[in-house]
Design a protein around this ligand. Sequence first.
Ligand code: ADP
Length: 604
Amino acid sequence: MISTSTPPRRPRWRSLALLALCLAPLLWPLHHLAERYYQDQLASQNRQTLDLYVANLLGTLHRYETLPQILSELPALRGVLDDPFRLESVTNANRLLKEIAQQTGAEVMYLMDVSGNTLAASNWDKRDTFVGRNFAFRPYFIEAMQGKLGRFFGQGTTSAKRGYFFAAAVREHGRVAGVLVVKVDLDHTETLWGRTPEQLLLTDQNGVVVLTSRPDWRFRATRPLSEVERQAIVAIQPYPTQAPQPLVLGPGTWISQTRDIRETGWQVSILAPQQLVDRSVQTVMAIGAATLLVLMLLAGLVMQRRRHYIDRIGFEAHARQELEKRVIERTAALEGLNTRLKSAVLERENAQQELVQAQDELVQAGKLSVLGTMSASISHELNQPLAAIRSYAENAEVLLDHQRTEDARGNLKLIGELTGRMASIIAHLRAFARRDRHAPESVALQPALDDALALLAKRRRAMAVELVRDLPDATLWVQAGETRLRQVLGNLLANALDALTEKANPRTLWLSAETREEHVHLLIRDNGPGFSSQALAHAREPFFTTKTRTQGLGLGLAICDSLMRTLGGELLLANHPEGGALLTLRLRVAPAGVNLQSSEDPSA
Ligand code: ADP
């Protein structure tokens, strides 16, 4: 199990907030820099506008500056001064002035006498003509009369148009005979080029706004006026009002830039709304803040990813450790199991060896036991011919005494036959008792059966057991060991006789054989009591017996079964449907052997 004891950590937003706090002061220098930058930019832009405006204004003024001087030389105008009441010369002068005014673009041109009365004017034919009007109070007249170039800005008392007046004296014979004035319209210079948010402000020497792009600022005083100035204003009437109201500009609302025009004593200012800078600075600040936010979010994201990465590495390391631990445990367990298995295999091999040995010994013991039980009948078998031999020998002695040599010869022949039979019995006995380690070979079935029957012939006859043989004449060759086969057959036949003792006559023993495919089946049937169900289940087990201790050891069928297996055959136990036991020996068919005498044959 992977440990989950450490609780999942929360993202460290606190450290992010701290970072934001640390970075926020960076916005102040940014604000400052942006403000400086936009102010500088605006200033340089306004400086250019201002320069352009001043150049334009001065250009306009310079164009007309020398005009009164030049006009004063014209004889047609001088003639009017000579004789002001001559209608023709006045009319001529009027027409001339009008023509020149039209050509030069001046608003109005007029000629005054030394008292300030207007004698001729370019607007002679207009309703608000200057002709007949007196402008002696205007400063330009006074200056011109003094022989200087008269200059003046003011709103026309008749036309109500603002303009700049240039005046020059008309001299005759060294004295001033009159004054010629040119008025330039400045109304059109009041606007800046394009619809910009910047405002124009032109103040005269009194600090009063004379030209401005904001009509509500017009003729307002940008500074407090002195008493002398007030009186002068009343006297020369440059403005429509005699007491200009102060101009109040909200502090911090405008960024102004001013230029002096020395020759007129004016000041031109450009006022740019502070808003312009503020708005740009705000945009920059918004971008800066957004960038900061994005940076912080990115930092947060990176932090989060890093934390996930570390968590994952930790988790994987833990899982790997756990896995390694489990692998080690498992390997140890497997090694233990392997060792146990090895020792189990070793034990098993030992046990098998012991078993093989025990089995071997069991077979041997079985043989010996069978030998033991058979020893009585064997000794009987041998005693009988011995007794017969003795009596034949005694008889032969008597016969030889009576010269009956032929009869004696017959007795000796019988003795010879009897010894042959005894030798045969002994040979079987030896073969039975000997350990058998030969490989299976071809054995003839019928002779082996005959031998086994011969060993039990006497007992069978004593019990009056009828033998029914149903065997083919042709020799049946089976794969077996000569001795082992005889031993098995002897055992089975002895068991059958044992079973038949428990039954009254008639007692019958059936022997039959048949070949099925690769096997020869030898059937041994008796009409005894047959196997009990328990015997049928356990008869093959060693030491299972239903007989008394003296009668049986319970080894016969166990040995037979094991021998049959070593021969590649099989022993089948059953009861015949009509009663009695039916034992089947299933033996492999073998190729025909060379002779009927086996290599195992003890007589060989
Ligand atoms: P034992 O003959 O010494 O008892 P066996 O292994 O030869 O040992 O036989 C085991 C048992 O099988 C016998 O005790 C007997 O009960 C039963 N048995 C063997 N052959 C026969 C048979 N032909 N008929 C009935 N029972 C038999």
